[in-house]
Design a protein around this ligand. Structure first.
Ligand code: PLP
Length: 382
């Protein structure tokens, strides 16, 4: 690779961080219990509520997203409880693994990777298992690029006094429509390194009043991820343990950007980038892997016959300086994923398609240079 070439991050997390957040995080550290820090936390909390579309508290944890997922399980359930888990990819499997680790029996709804769960499947499973205390699902399954119908599922779960809906929105919140309160999403988990445009290291969790009633009764073991303690601390503009001060100071900047642009505009922008990339992929004779409900967060692409997707991501990274993601678990070598999430722009989409054209031609795929770029340009010009 040319040593002067720039590097680009177009993987579905971590994502690029805007300069104002990088600069803010480079400031000298302040104490997390100081009077300087409290108003920062208060502002971040206010803006998180806007992004979550909730009136409820949003807990701020120093961990990656999985810590928020684990906390969501250990703070709402008790040993021997049963829970319904939608397993449509690697992160759905993670819900079931966390449940298993804590002795919660998961009733799995297995969905073919790349396809979407139907709300009726949730309704039917709930009818068969009225004792299930929770339904665990993703907003967007990052391993397959499918978004799940949360609004419809929220309608099904909302009247079940005995069951909460727990959503992993780690790769969705801040880029996709998620109306936490309006859609009756009882627990929503997010992470810093995706559409919130920060480095990894923060998890966020909102809980509805119904979910807090589950927290009161929950008896699974917990220590660090103790939502009751975090909520008490938050009431004093504090976190229970040492706050990830620099990340939270960076978050103040990225949330400010999101608020200024407006969530609706940000979502529309992601949809526009997604359409450009997906149209280009099809124009290049490639297949989008996601069969149902493709998200605006990323485009998952099947590697052409005879080409290993890992070769594609390697050439993209090593020769053109562009990091995209490969497939995970059973999709390793079969697909690659181009992210259009967070701090990325239209010209980066043209660039990634141009580099992909060159990569594929190098690997022997028959393609007229420029067909993908032209298709993407046409979408962006429309
Ligand atoms: C949907 C989803 N859930 C969970 C995770 C795990 O988050 P983390 O790696 O921050 O623990 C990810 C990360 O890629 C994700 O995309």
């Amino acid at each position: 690779m040319n040593p002067l070439a720039k590097r680009y991050l177009l993987a579905p997390g971590p994502t690029p961080v805007p300069p104002e957040a990088l600069l803010a995080m480079a400031q000298p550290i302040i104490h997390h219990r100081s009077p300087q820090f409290k108003p920062i936390l208060a502002k971040v909390e206010e803006d998180l509520k806007y992004v979550f579309q909730t009136k409820n508290d949003v807990l701020i944890l120093a961990s990656t997203g999985t810590g928020g997922m684990e906390g969501a399980v250990t703070n709402t359930l008790s040993p021997g409880d049963k829970a319904i888990v939608v397993r449509g990819g690697k992160f759905g499997e993670r819900w079931a693994e966390i449940c298993g680790a804590y002795g919660v029996e998961s009733i799995n709804i297995d969905i073919e990777w790349g396809r979407c769960v139907k709300p009726e499947q949730i309704a039917k499973t709930l009818e068969e298992h009225p004792e299930a205390k929770a339904v665990f699902i993703q907003a967007h399954e990052t391993s397959t690029g499918v978004k799940f119908p949360l609004k419809e599922i929220g309608e099904i779960v909302k009247d079940k006094e005995n069951t909460i809906l727990v959503v992993d929105a780690i790769s969705a919140l801040g880029a996709m429509e998620i109306k936490t309160d309006e859609w009756h999403l009882d627990v929503v988990v997010a992470g810093s390194q995706k559409a919130l445009m920060l480095p990894p290291g923060l998890a966020f969790v909102s809980l509805s009043e119904k979910a807090w009633r589950f927290v009161e009764k929950s008896s699974l073991p917990k220590y660090y991820f103790n939502f009751t303690k975090e909520r008490k601390a938050l009431a004093k503009n504090q976190t229970a343990f040492t706050a990830a001060v620099s990340l939270i100071i960076g978050l103040r900047e990225t949330l400010k950007r999101i608020k200024e642009i407006g969530l609706e505009n940000i979502i529309a922008y992601h949809q526009r980038l997604s359409k450009a990339v997906k149209t280009a992929i099809k124009a290049m004779g490639l297949r989008v892997f996601t069969k149902e409900n493709p998200s605006e967060i990323l485009t998952a692409v099947e590697a052409p016959e005879g080409i290993d997707a890992q070769e594609i991501t390697k050439i993209m990274r090593e020769e053109y300086g562009i990091t995209i993601a490969g497939g995970q678990a059973q999709l390793k070598g079969k697909i690659f994923r181009i992210s259009h999430m967070g701090y990325v722009d239209e010209h980066e989409m043209i660039m990634v398609i141009a580099a992909l054209e060159r990569t594929l031609i190098k690997l022997g795929y028959k393609l007229t240079p420029g067909v993908g770029v032209k298709a993407a340009q046409e979408v962006l010009l429309s």
